[in-house]
Design a binder for this molecule. Structure first.
Ligand code: ACM
Length: 677
């Protein structure tokens, strides 16, 4: 197949004069495996000539999307211009062959890209590589003195891991299709290829079942994807090089099943879906009844047809064994079948479920609790409780994927996820064959505290750092460079309709409520981050209806400003030239509280912020006094120094589920001040 793409109505890219090349680092994320930058810039003008050779319909779609995204990114109507001149520069996309009908892990995703005065040449073995290459071209576009340009480059790029995923929990908080689809666009932008949907849990069963309509009628709360929507999503994702792996969590996390089918509960059946952390009647499915497997066969058979992916995730995590311990008939059954303990009982269950999954033509995936040496070897283990289970699974002969260290819902900084490598730690000492079973990794976004409004803000841009870890060579580890490129990514994703920045602004506007002066709340917001790990559930009880509209929900998990200020304080110790900038910030923190204080009391959303604002003011005061001592060289007494350190620690206690994350800047200054011997 070789044809001119007039159907794109347009546009091709005219590649005109070579402009001088800036030396700035390119904004690519994930960073390519091999890249050579050459002197020169290709001007993208209004007369393109695009040729597409080979591939399948996905490449056409990707090119169409490329034009739309380029137009959105530049504001230049690249998508409405006419084909260029035959002898002008060209944009040639050459794809050696079509891909598999159902995208799979063994496909070659590599691509080769050359940009020079002759134009753009993108070659790939497969439509997936062509799609990745187009995303790279888009990331290379920048504005120059004469318009939009591409730098001259040669890129040979191939992913380090074949499995690069994102899991989204759509059970705790249901996510409408458009929220999922815009995140698929974001995934494609950073070359991720697996969307794992956690489709059922105690809070709801989120896919229409025609065979077992009770699952839809009584177990979904009215919030579910129709089968037509699932077809749409799968097609949408496929066009972006993304597979959709469904998860139906059994035998634990299965209250939704039991609300529809109480007879298969291991104990007293719950009366309704879980709506609160206090609803603690959460029995697993009864593994001793044939009725359980009959129902699973019926539903999984339907769902395995609906989702074409080779893998089918059956959950298997966090099974609460106390219901099995207490069930007299379960204990008798275990005794009769010589099953020694609950793990063995779960393994019995998993094997029967695996047979069901396999009967419908799929391979089983599960969380690491299912790991047992005698499962069929084509089972895939998703490691979440710690990276050890990754190595254990690989040693036992199973393919495996790392999620421990990639839990976005724990609100850790991007740098922390970036440092997690599937082949480090225990896995580093595996044999080459064992290592080859480690397919990659998957970020996880659980949604106990995430509504559709908050979703993007929790995922992006940090997911970009994980995407780079899973795609780029292991040697790509420069954290400053990662953060610089991540900031550009975050801005660019908004052109794909992702909302991580705008939704945060909107949510802060809601708290500001038009009845206080601007900037005061912003000063506080920049200095805080949500509490980490599972702290939120320890602080207060959240029901599913609890509003998630507080500052903890509005601010990003990681404050870029706080990170920059903490670095600025370190520089200020040795570099007097940056001290005025730091001093200005410290004064702003010190004085913000007196200005904001009258407005905090007048809104329920702001009242909880009072102690945080006071803490920030204290940190400002402490920082100014330490900066004075550093600058003047006048020592403080031992007692003053100790008191300052203690005051910092007092100010960092969490309030309103937020942490003052600029405290390290003040610790740095206090640690550097001269102290009387
Ligand atoms: C899990 O986080 N329970 C898999």
């Amino acid at each position: 197949m070789h044809r001119e793409l007039s159907r794109f109505g347009a546009a091709a890219l005219l590649l005109a004069a070579a402009l001088s090349c800036g030396a700035a680092e390119l904004n690519l994320i994930p960073w390519p495996s091999q890249i050579t930058q050459q002197e020169g810039l290709l001007a993208l003008d209004n007369s393109p000539r695009i040729e597409l050779i080979g591939g399948d319909e996905r490449v056409h779609h990707a090119l169409d999307r490329f034009m739309r995204n380029l137009t959105a990114h530049t504001g230049f109507p690249f998508d409405r211009h006419f084909p260029g001149t035959p002898d002008g520069p060209s944009f040639v996309i050459q794809c050696a062959g079509p891909g598999l009908r159902v995208q799979a892990v063994e496909e070659d995703e590599s691509y080769h890209l050359v940009i020079n005065s002759k134009g753009i040449e993108l070659t790939a073995a497969n439509p997936l590589g062509a799609m990745h290459g187009l995303e790279t071209v888009l990331q290379l576009v920048k504005s120059g003195p004469q318009g939009w340009v591409l730098p001259y480059v040669r890129i040979d790029d191939t992913p380090r891991f074949a499995w690069r995923g994102l899991m989204i929990d759509v059970s705790r908080h249901f996510m409408p299709l458009d929220a999922i689809e815009r995140n698929v666009d974001g995934m494609a932008a950073v070359k991720l290829n697996i969307l794992h949907l956690h489709l059922s849990d105690d809070e709801g069963f989120r896919v229409e079942s025609k065979r077992c309509p009770r699952l839809t009628r009584v177990a979904s709360d009215g919030l579910f994807y129709t089968q037509d929507q699932i077809h749409e999503l799968i097609a949408y994702a496929r066009n972006r090089g993304v597979r959709v792996v469904p998860e139906f969590d059994v035998p634990g996390h299965a209250v939704s099943w039991l609300v529809a089918y109480p007879q298969i509960a291991s104990g007293p059946a719950p009366q309704g879906l879980v709506r609160s952390q206090r609803d603690n009647l959460r029995p697993p499915l009864d593994p001793t009844q044939d009725a359980t497997y009959k129902l699973l066969d019926k539903v999984f058979g339907e769902m395995e047809k609906l989702f074409p992916d080779r893998y089918f995730h059956i959950g298997g995590d966090e099974v609460d064994g106390k219901y099995w311990d207490k069930g007299a008939h379960i204990q008798t059954w275990m005794h009769e079948h010589n099953i020694q303990d609950n793990h063995a009982l779960q393994t019995y269950f998993t094997k029967r479920v695996q047979a069901i999954v396999q009967k419908h033509g799929k391979q089983m995936e599960g969380w690491d609790e299912i790991l047992a040496g005698d499962l069929p070897k084509d089972s895939l283990i998703q490691s979440w409780r710690g990276a050890n289970s990754l190595a254990d699974a690989a040693k036992l002969g199973y393919k495996t994927v790392l999620s421990a260290g990639y839990y976005l819902d724990l609100q850790y900084p991007a740098s922390q996820h970036y440092a997690v490598d599937p082949l480090s730690g225990e896995s580093a000492s595996l044999s080459a064959e064992e290592k080859s079973r480690i397919l990659g990794g998957e970020a996880a976004q659980w949604t106990e505290y995430v509504t559709p409004e908050i979703l993007d803000n929790r995922i992006w841009p940090r997911l970009g750092a994980i995407a780079e870890r899973l795609w780029s060579p292991a040697s790509v580890t420069d954290v400053d460079s990662m953060y610089r490129r991540l900031a550009v990514l975050s801005r660019n994703l908004e052109w794909l309709d992702l909302e991580q920045r705008t939704s945060s602004v909107r949510m802060m506007d809601r708290i500001e409520n038009d009845d206080m002066p601007p900037k005061l709340l912003e000063t506080l917001a920049m200095a805080v981050e949500p509490v980490k790990e599972y702290e939120r559930e320890k602080t207060q009880v959240y029901d599913v209806e609890a509003p998630l509209n507080h500052m903890v929900d509005a601010v990003p998990p990681e404050s870029d400003q706080a990170r920059q200020i903490n670095a600025l304080a370190q520089r200020a110790i040795h570099d007097p030239s940056v001290r005025p900038e730091l001093r200005t910030l410290l004064i702003q923190w010190r004085d913000n509280d007196a200005q904001i204080e009258p407005y905090l009391a007048t809104s329920a959303l702001r009242q909880p912020l009072v102690p945080l604002s006071q803490g920030l003011s204290e940190l400002g005061t402490l920082g100014l006094s330490a900066l004075d001592a550093v600058e003047s060289g006048h020592p403080v007494t031992q007692d003053q120094h100790k008191e300052q350190l203690a005051d910092i620690e007092k100010s960092v206690a969490p309030h309103a589920e937020l942490l003052l994350v600029v405290a390290p800047a003040i610790r740095t200054l206090v640690a550097a001040e001269p102290v009387d011997p």
